[in-house]
Design a protein around this ligand. Structure first.
Ligand SMILES: Nc1ncnc2c1ncn2[C@@H]1O[C@H](COP(=O)(O)OP(=O)(O)OP(=O)(O)O)[C@@H](O)[C@H]1O
Ligand SMILES: [Mg+2]
Length: 264
């Protein structure tokens, strides 16, 4: 049996905003090379969890180990080397409005590999734009792009620094189904091209069933379920069942795609 290596270990994580107890004891492990999708209703704390794990928000209590290193209680500067190993695609895309597409993506290289020759930066940016299927838009400004294109550029920027792990916050929200599916494929492509570990936070159940190796369900401040996709179908948690119920009814369950199956 192959030993699974946990590269992220979250233990008993707590985070509150005043009287609003958002995370009240989250336990979570992420294994190297897997795609984990964290599902949960709006306001359940998915983005907060992601921000805590990536060190953008300070947890109140508990432990978060990244590659074996504890980050709770560490300062910005101490976290910098770990941050460089992570790519983050924020909810809402967040490109730099004043930079064109080329500079947005090149920013990742220029920040993290200061000595990279300009010619190489250009080649890498072009390669990434091809991966995200937008080869001809270098000179465009973010405002000129559709929402789906912005997400894809943001994705290219997130992987520019060649992170071992990519965190995606709601990568498909607000996109039409077809564009959303192109994003599913891209997330999988990132895995194939760069062997990354992916943590995807979403309420898009189709996304979860399409790309996840394992699914976690955040409810009432804790993980109500975590396990392989197949086990989810036997899950008896009421909140989880009603959450995925609409998906069952839409007859999507036979849709588990070939990409997931190819991997297994
Ligand atoms: N910086 C903040 N200050 C105060 N409260 C916050 C802050 N960030 C998040 N919250 C609160 O934490 C709770 C969880 O928010 P979070 O953004 O994590 O939800 P979510 O699961 O990502 O929802 P969605 O699916 O809508 O993105 C909400 O009640 C929110 O109001
Ligand atoms: Mg969110």
């Amino acid at each position: 049996m192959i030993m699974k290596e946990a590269i992220i270990e979250v233990l008993n994580l707590h985070k509150a905003f005043g009287a609003n107890l958002v995370l009240t004891g989250v336990d979570l492990e992420v294994f190297r090379g897997e795609t984990l999708v964290v599902l949960g209703g709006s306001g359940s704390g998915k983005s907060v969890l992601l921000k805590c794990i990536t060190g953008l928000m300070t947890a109140d209590a508990g432990s978060i180990r990244l590659l074996g290193e504890e980050i709770v209680g560490k300062g910005e500067r101490e976290l910098l080397p770990l941050r460089k190993k992570m790519g983050i695609l924020f909810q809402g895309g967040a490109l730099f409005d004043s930079m064109n597409v080329f500079d947005n993506i090149a920013f990742g290289f220029r920040e993290h590999e200061k000595d990279m020759p300009e010619k190489q930066v250009q080649d890498e940016v072009m390669r990434l734009l091809e991966v995200v299927k937008l080869p001809d838009i270098c000179d465009k400004m973010p405002a000129e792009l559709s929402g789906g294109m912005q997400k894809r550029v943001a994705l290219a920027r997130a992987v520019a620094q060649k992170p071992g792990t990519i965190f995606y916050d709601e990568p498909t929200t607000g996109l039409d189904p077809e564009t959303a599916r192109s994003i599913y494929r891209l997330i999988k492509d990132m895995e194939l091209h760069f062997s990354v570990t992916s943590v995807v936070v979403s309420h898009d159940i189709e996304l979860a069933f399409t790309i996840a190796d394992r699914i976690a369900f955040l409810k009432d401040g804790e993980m109500a379920f975590i396990g392989p996709v197949d086990e989810l179908l036997n899950c008896t948690d009421e909140g989880m069942c009603s959450f995925i119920g609409s998906f069952y009814q839409a007859g999507m369950m036979g849709h588990k795609n070939e990409e997931t199956q190819r991997k297994t």
